[in-house]
Design a protein around this ligand. Structure first.
Ligand code: NAP
Length: 287
């Protein structure tokens, strides 16, 4: 089985490494060519365009920033959709909108190709340890073909059905839960400080009840104010909050908490905090 990985950023690099480790033949493409060099030295083929990468592969994995970058690489000049064979599979692991996921599924189906949405939970260290959690959706046959590959990149694969957009909506909802946690924990920290309780002391009490790595990790980042270097930038937090609001609008659902967090992120970004970790939401609220 031949695999192409397009997008060698913080997440795509460790994913491509694990594709090699799992023994697949790998082709890589990245807009900035320097990032392909270490893969060339390990025996991977380097493609000059997304189309060329797709021509070499049974499955093309894209791990790019957002809708715009996945669109450029798929539908732009020398895009992957023109290189992928009939029966070829495009797996999109990026956090993209529900609407764009539907567009990708339809465009690939028109060409006799398959589209799988497989967004991920976990940061770059989880990707490096093949410990991501993947939410997968798309045609059953394509999921069956892709299963060993997805399993080699993750600790768990959730199959949420045949419609790709369900996987993207689920990923967006998980990020919305994280945003809600950041908002609630920030507000609690700030109130309890006014009662004279340090953030770390309050976190110890919260952890006794919630005992989740999510509260532990983000609570510690907030209490210690280690917002740099950002594991996940506030600007990306705003992107994902907007994705949640758009996904809700599509099905006439309401996310008032997302509206609140959006306004806090926007204020923070206006004040120049956009490159800090999104846990700096507490600073936006405080200000
Ligand atoms: P990243 O480090 O910023 O990498 C982005 C990749 O997209 C790079 O390869 C970049 O190429 C490429 N790219 C951007 N715009 C492009 C364009 N117009 N045309 C072609 N290529 C373009 O991002 P990341 O952290 O790997 O995140 C990738 C995706 O995973 C995002 O959707 C993110 O929301 C999601 N995600 C991230 C995390 C995390 O903790 N980082 C966790 C879960 C999910 P260049 O190298 O040329 O810039």
């Amino acid at each position: 089985m031949k695999i192409a990985v397009i997008g060698l950023g913080n997440m795509g690099q460790p994913i491509a490494q694990n594709v090699l480790q799992a023994g697949y033949r790998l082709t890589v493409y990245n807009r900035t060519k320097e990032k392909t060099e270490e893969f060339a030295s390990q025996g991977a083929q380097v493609a000059k365009t997304p189309r060329q990468a797709a021509e070499t592969a049974d499955i093309v994995v894209t791990m790019l920033s957002d809708d715009n970058s996945v669109s450029a690489v798929t539908f732009g000049k020398d895009g992957l959709i023109e290189g992928l064979s009939e029966n070829g599979i495009h797996i999109s692991m990026s956090t993209i909108s529900v609407e764009f996921s539907e567009k990708l599924a339809a465009a690939h189906a028109e060409k006799g190709q398959s589209f799988l949405a497989a967004p991920v939970l976990g940061r770059p260290d989880a990707a490096a340890n093949a410990a991501l959690r993947i939410i997968a959706a798309g045609p059953a046959e394509a999921k069956k073909t892709a299963k060993p590959l997805l399993e080699s990149l993750s600790q768990q694969v959730f199959d949420v059905g045949e419609e790709s957009k369900t996987a993207n909506a689920a990923k967006i909802s998980i990020n919305f839960l994280l945003v809600s946690m950041l908002e609630a924990l920030s507000e609690s920290f700030l109130m309890m400080e006014k009662y004279g309780l340090e953030q770390k002391q309050f976190l110890a009490i919260a952890n006794a009840l919630f005992s989740s790595p999510v509260y532990q990790n983000y609570g510690t980042i907030m209490a210690e104010q280690t917002f740099e270097p950002a594991g996940f930038k506030m600007s990306l937090g705003l992107k994902d909050t907007n994705l949640a609001l758009a996904a809700a609008e599509q099905v006439s659902a309401k996310l008032p908490l997302a509206e609140l967090a959006k306004s806090h992120f926007e204020n923070g970004i206006e004040k120049g905090l956009g490159n800090l970790d999104w846990a700096a939401l507490i600073t936006c609220i405080e200000k």
